[in-house]
Design a protein around this ligand. Structure first.
Ligand code: PEP
Ligand code: CO
Length: 457
């Protein structure tokens, strides 16, 4: 029997606990005015039921492992920042509809199973490049998402309020409840594919192209019935839909981290999947420390400054046991950088034998401000980044496992370009996002068709 010495084992990993992040520098945390009210809010949260179950997070990890192995494609999509205002059953349903439409296009046109994850039911906190904002010589804290403060520019609105953590929990619970009802209660039935095509989308060329996909699905269902294939397979009538958000406010995430009664392991039960942003991925920082101990599938954004060494250290820290599906790395390089910046990262993980699931976020590296002062993104830049991402993977011999996009089912005008050729002048018409510009329903569907073309190359 070989003996293992201290040198070969190396230092034992430091012990982990849901609160061990507190010993590390935590970037992007709100300035809560009164510590005791924050502590009370966290105590309240810690007693509330989990939003998701550990078993569901494990099931998602299994599906992500399939994507990691090149047998599935991940569609992670939703709001940049969810709002506490104006959330209705219709707005949640419309967000789900467009994700289901995109997934159907990918699965039907490209023949790949699609893993569906929403940026929803918890996406309430935003990292900011500046901690304050100045308007007319008045300086106030930046808006950090409805989990923390409010967007209007007054001292009261911008003061971080821990009660909002509890409100974020309750809104996540009601959103998730409706999502579960829609996805398991008949709305996501494949016989409903035509109903997902909202009026304003249906009248566009993409909507008509989608109708042809839907007719193809009808025909496939009829064919299966004619062959005597039993029509009651749950896959035809229900959808597995998972939730995710950026694990930014660590007090909130810690309060929802629970020990699974079956395995004894810790799961962050605020969502099925959590990710770390580009601004909080410091290896010695609090976010990496928190994420390394939870057993949910986790993600990490990588911008153009990420090095191969960063990738390897993130892999070692976040997935030391090399479990496929555990770690998703989400590149967000920008259309101009992707082809130079991404390949060395793909090669580093590949050569080290780390099972990384790669996603492309083609949004955050392509944001710019118009002369009129609105943040936007050009649809063609989004497509260019996705093309560069596919090319980089083809060259490295790795699988482009998914995309991560900011979209809405609504007919907003936030991103320019696309088949409707939205221009800067159109943006004012329906610019509703609380943070970054999202693809509207038609642009999202168009993106799905472009993706399907690349996937079936
Ligand atoms: C986001 O996903 O909304 C975000 C802020 O991304 P990033 O961390 O890549 O900037
Ligand atoms: Co964003």
């Amino acid at each position: 029997m070989s003996s293992v010495t201290a040198e070969t084992v190396g230092p034992l990993p430091a012990s982990w606990h849901p609160s061990s992040w507190r010993d590390r520098p935590a970037a992007q945390q709100p300035q809560w005015p009164v510590q005791s009210t924050l502590e009370q809010a966290c105590e309240t949260l810690a007693k509330l039921p989990p939003l998701v179950f550990a078993g569901e997070a494990r099931q998602l990890q299994g599906k992500l492992a399939e994507a990691c192995a090149g047998r599935a494609f991940v569609l992670q999509a939703g709001d940049c920042a969810e709002s506490f205002n104006g959330v209705t059953a219709d707005s949640i349903r419309d967000q789900l509809k467009v994700i289901l439409q995109m997934a159907v296009v990918l699965a039907f046109s490209a023949g790949v199973p699609t893993v569906k994850i929403g940026r929803i039911a918890g996406q309430f906190a935003k990292p900011r490049s500046s901690s304050t904002e100045v308007v007319n010589n008045v300086e106030l804290p930046s808006f950090r998402g409805h989990m923390i403060n409010d967007i209007s520019f007054s001292e009261r609105s911008r003061t971080a309020d821990p009660e909002r953590l509890i409100r974020a929990y309750h809104q996540s619970a009601s959103t998730l409840n409706l999502l579960r009802a829609f996805t398991k209660g008949g709305y996501a039935d494949l016989r409903q594919v035509h109903r997902w095509n909202q009026d304003f989308i249906a009248s566009s060329p993409e909507g008509r192209r989608y109708e042809r996909v839907a007719e193809g699905i009808d025909a496939a269902l009829r064919f299966m019935a004619a062959c005597g294939i039993p029509p009651d397979a749950p896959e035809l009538h229900q959808v597995d839909f998972y939730t995710s958000h950026e694990a930014l406010v660590l007090d909130y995430e810690q309060a929802l981290t629970r020990q699974d009664s079956i395995t004894g392991q810790w799961y962050d039960c605020s969502a099925h999947m959590l990710w770390i942003g580009e601004r909080t991925r410091r290896l010695d920082g609090a976010h990496v420390e928190f994420m390394r101990g939870i057993k949910n599938p986790v993600g990490c954004k990588l911008g153009p400054t990420a090095t191969p060494a960063d990738v390897l250290e993130l892999c070692e820290n976040l997935n030391p046991d090399r479990i496929p599906g555990r770690l998703t790395l989400i590149s967000r390089m920008g259309a101009r950088n992707v082809f130079d910046a991404l390949p060395p990262l793909l090669v580093a993980a590949r050569d080290a034998g780390h099972p990384v699931l790669w996603e492309c976020d083609p949004m955050h590296g392509n944001t710019y401000t118009t002369p009129g002062g609105l943040k936007t993104r050009h649809f063609e830049d989004v497509v260019t980044e996705i093309n560069g991402y596919f090319d980089a993977h083809n060259q490295a011999g790795t699988w482009p496992g998914g995309i991560h996009v900011e979209i809405t089912g609504d007919d907003v005008t936030e991103c320019v370009g696309g088949a409707e050729a939205l221009s800067d002048n159109d943006l004012e018409r329906r610019y509703e996002t609380m943070c970054d510009p999202r693809l509207n329903g038609t642009q999202s569907l168009e993106l799905a068709f472009r993706l399907a073309e690349r996937l079936s190359d």
